[in-house]
Design a protein around this ligand. Structure first.
Ligand code: ANZ
Length: 818
């Protein structure tokens, strides 16, 4: 290789293969050293890396490499979130088994990651579709089953009546099956759930501890958990229906109790179902409700429909007879599946009351102290009570407590807490996933597969017909014998969020075969010090991983409470203002860029173009600019005199040499802060570019000049090393003869920061008239004297009388004259 030319392709591939053969980033537990666990969300092996991956993984790599230079024992692993639906779709289209498709994608994407030079410990690579991984997930599920933390219940799925199969939500397009085009129905089938609601309170409380997380993410989690304080109260029935002598409702607004104009039940409420039995019109209505979408958001938006049941229930405080309706906007699995409807103060009830001409009773005063006008919309603010008997005039808190205790006295209500969070349904009717390790017994009921018979292996050599899961149609696979009795394996597989909920912990001991986790390794490395990933995972993935962490803690596998200490959510990669995506056809292939410019240029551009949390607008010119900068840096170093840095005799430096030294050390201070505290890598790059400009401008050629230039350039190279590790390694070698991976982060020499002289602005009547250089320790009088002596200042004060001179030390002198 011609050393005077920057040839990234040759240089980078050579360095990368040396990293691989030397296992440069393999690490072990070392309790004598501080650890740093840096993790980027592992990819789904879809085929090729896209720019979003490149950005995500570069950010994490920069942090990992920086921490290594800071002396930490750094773990940065990589693996594959390898189960999931796209593999099944590809299998059907390309006639290749999902396992084979996934494995070849992994090989290609691993090659691409290596070509980008990420500092991974490849010895820890794992793929979630391997039995070595999912067997522990199966084992853990059986443990949760033994502890009563999982249960089976009927739940709704999308059913394609033509293909006779369950569809994932993504496979339902405009209400129709993606393959058959048939109108999708809802079906109830038995499914497995994990009791995340048992941990709702802790998941909520611990959010306060996560100070290293972006506030918006914590807020989204808080809202998702959705804790509310309300009152559960009862409307009594004269004659019991379905064995119930009262209707329980849950409300967060007991202050509006006097505004109730009807009670509404969910279609699946036991009273609704019982009434439907001898009322065909009601039965039809209930059937229609069941067909509609179950998503809460859809229910809130959909047209409000209902039917009067004809029965009445009595108001718990006034005893008034209140009509009971069935309404499509009431969810069966929230609260008690029934609501006290207050159309004057709730938007959904208002819409419903409008539709069916039900009374609107305003019981809250508006800001003017009058009963709120609810003729055009519900008044949903809190306010003082009106039309509420003895409670009139009370404010919300007071009314809440007093009405709650009145209900409590009558044994018709109590204060309760509700969470919007639902238990986690983990059953999927797909093939390419972890088989749920349960056995269905012949006479009904189920038992877990015993630990010594795990894993429950997923067959890999299958043909996909696009309809049924191959394990559902394979009687041999289903058959299982336990204690001489024949039973059937569960043929559903786990939600893929199961695998991504604990992979970060398995990375600490990927080959451990005595259990799910080696606790010593897990407790040394965990929690993850820095997690990096997309904001799209702000809720589900992060919540499930936090939940699993607590489950693993309570199983005695690890001892911390939370998995991720600090979280960075990177912004999107945009092109022409829109998200880069295949469907928009505006993608840029990272591979082409690597081929053309090298990995360092791609890494530099993705770090320089925007702060990590903001969106990054793609720019070809920006990529080109990054490349030109690297070429210039290369040239600067080749031109500089090589050799080990010599010790500097600060006293002998001239003004320009001192200035360059100061710039070097100011840059080190700023860039260190940018990497560590601020995590703004774009400003770090900008600062190093400035330093390089100073080096270009420095024109002294003495031995001292060579030394300060050498110091500036080797600092620049070290400061850029986490971002552009290949060129940095080569240039560091040239400059110092040493190996970059052994180098530590540069240290600021405080003495180099002190200035002998500082620049001060001189104004006359507020207008800048001169810039003067004064000794850094000059006193006010001396500064004033130099300012007034300046010839341009002289011109402006000639012939006028000076009224006042203001000296702001280190900044400016203002002469006030008239
Ligand atoms: C009466 C009322 C008056 C309500 C008012 C609101 C405003 P959050 O805050 O989300 O917990 N609700 C209760 N159970 C329901 C169910 N199964 N399906 C649909 N809606 C249900 O919401 C609690 C409120 O949601 C409750 O307070 C109830 O309506 C409704 F001016 O009760 B409210």
């Amino acid at each position: 290789m011609n050393p005077s030319e920057y040839q990234p392709e040759i240089l980078e591939t050579e360095i990368q293969s040396s990293w691989l053969t030397e296992k440069a980033f393999s690490v072990d537990v070392d309790t004598s050293r501080d650890k740093f666990y840096c993790l980027a969300m592992f990819p789904y092996p879809s085929g090729k890396l896209h720019m979003g991956h490149v950005r995500n993984y570069t950010i994490a790599d920069v942090i990992a490499r920086y921490q290594r230079m800071m002396g930490k024992n750094v773990l940065q692993p990589m693996g594959w979130d390898a189960f999931g639906l796209p593999a099944e779709n590809a299998a059907i289209q390309k006639k290749v088994a999902p396992a084979a498709w996934t494995k070849s994608n992994i090989a290609e994407m691993r090659r691409q990651l290596q070509r980008l030079g990420f500092a991974y410990d490849w010895d820890r690579e794992l793929a979630t579709c391997t039995p070595e991984y999912y067997r522990w997930e199966q084992w853990f599920f059986t443990r949760l089953y033994e502890k009563g933390l999982v249960y089976k219940k009927m739940a709704t799925v999308n059913w394609d009546p033509v293909d006779q199969t369950v569809l994932a939500n993504e496979q339902v397009i405009d209400g129709r099956g993606w393959r058959s085009g048939a109108e999708v129905e809802r079906r109830e089938i038995p499914q497995w759930f994990i009791r995340i609601t048992d941990y709702a309170e802790e998941l909520l409380d611990n959010l306060d501890k996560l100070e290293g997380w972006p506030e918006p993410v914590r807020l989204m989690q808080r809202n998702w958990i959705g804790k509310s304080r309300g009152v559960e109260l009862s409307f009594e029935l004269d004659t019991p229906i379905a064995g119930l002598d009262k209707i329980d409702v849950y409300t967060t607004r007991p202050d509006t109790l006097f505004g109730v104009s009807y009670v509404s039940l969910a279609a699946e409420h036991p009273i609704s179902l019982a009434l439907g039995k001898d009322n065909p019109a009601l039965a039809t209505f209930i059937g229609d409700c069941k067909k509609a979408s179950v998503a809460a958001a859809d229910m809130a938006r959909a047209e409000k429909l209902g039917m009067d049941t004809g029965i009445r229930a009595s108001h718990p405080l006034t005893g008034e007879a209140i009509p009971v309706w069935i309404a499509n906007y009431v969810l069966m699995d929230y609260g008690s599946g029934a609501v006290m409807a207050v159309p004057a103060h709730d938007e959904r009830d208002w819409e419903f009351a409008r539709q069916y001409a039900l009374p609107l009773i305003s019981v809250i005063n508006d800001e003017g102290g009058q009963p709120a006008d609810v003729t055009t919309a519900a008044y949903i603010e809190r306010g003082t009570l009106t039309n509420s008997g003895t409670y009139d005039g009370l404010a919300f808190e007071d009314a809440f407590e007093k009405i709650a205790s009145a209900l409590e006295e009558k044994s018709l209500g109590k204060v309760t807490t509700q969470y919007r969070l639902r238990d986690w349904g983990v059953s999927r009717q797909r093939y390419w996933g972890t088989p749920i390790p349960m056995l269905n017994l012949e006479g009904g009921g189920e038992v877990p597969i015993p630990a010594d018979r795990l894993p429950s292996l997923l067959p890999e050599d299958v043909v996909m017909d696009g309809v049924a899961s191959p394990i559902k149609t394979d009687p041999n696979w289903r058959k299982f014998e336990i204690d001489g009795a024949t039973c059937e394996r569960e043929t559903d597989t786990f939600d893929t969020f199961m695998q991504s909920s604990w992979y970060y912990a398995r990375f600490t001991c990927p080959d451990y075969d005595q259990g799910m986790l080696d606790s010593d390794a897990a407790n040394y490395w965990l929690p993850v010090d820095q997690y990096v990933g997309g904001i799209e995972h702000a809720i589900l993935h992060l919540l499930y991983a936090r939940f699993f962490h607590k489950l693993m803690r309570d199983e005695g596998l690890l001892s911390s409470d939370e998995p991720f200490e600090r979280l960075l959510t990177q912004g999107m990669v945009l092109k022409d203002g829109a998200k880069m995506s295949k469907s928009k056809g505006n993608t840029v292939d990272p591979q082409e860029l690597i081929d053309r410019y090298g990995a360092d240029t791609v890494r530099l551009f993705s770090m320089f173009a925007a702060p990590p949390e903001q969106s990054l607008e793609w720019s070809d010119a920006g990529v080109d600019g990054s490349h030109r900068f690297l070429k210039r840096l290369w040239r600067l170093v080749q031109e500089a005199e090589s050799g080990a840095a010599q010790t500097l005799e600060a006293a002998t430096l001239d003004k320009a040499q001192k200035a360059l030294r100061r710039k070097t050390h100011e840059t080190i201070a700023k860039v260190s802060d940018d990497y560590g505290r601020r995590q703004t890598f774009n400003t770090a790059v900008a600062a190093v570019m400035e330093l390089c400009n100073e080096v270009s401008r420095h024109d002294g050629r003495s031995a001292e000049d060579a030394i300060v230039i050498h110091e500036a350039l080797s600092s620049a190279v070290l400061l850029l090393a986490p971002i552009v590790p290949h060129i940095s390694q080569a240039l560091y070698q040239t400059l110092t003869g040493e190996h970059l991976l052994d180098a530590t982060w540069p240290v600021v020499d405080e003495s180099a920061l002190t200035r002998d002289e500082i620049d001060i602005v001189v104004q006359v009547n507020g207008k800048v008239r001169a810039k003067i250089a004064v000794a850094a320790d000059a006193d006010k009088d001396a500064v004033q004297e130099i300012a007034l002596a300046h010839e341009n200042v002289q011109r402006f004060i000639e012939g006028v009388s000076i009224r006042k001179i203001i000296v702001v030390p280190g900044k400016l002198v203002n002469v006030v004259a008239n």
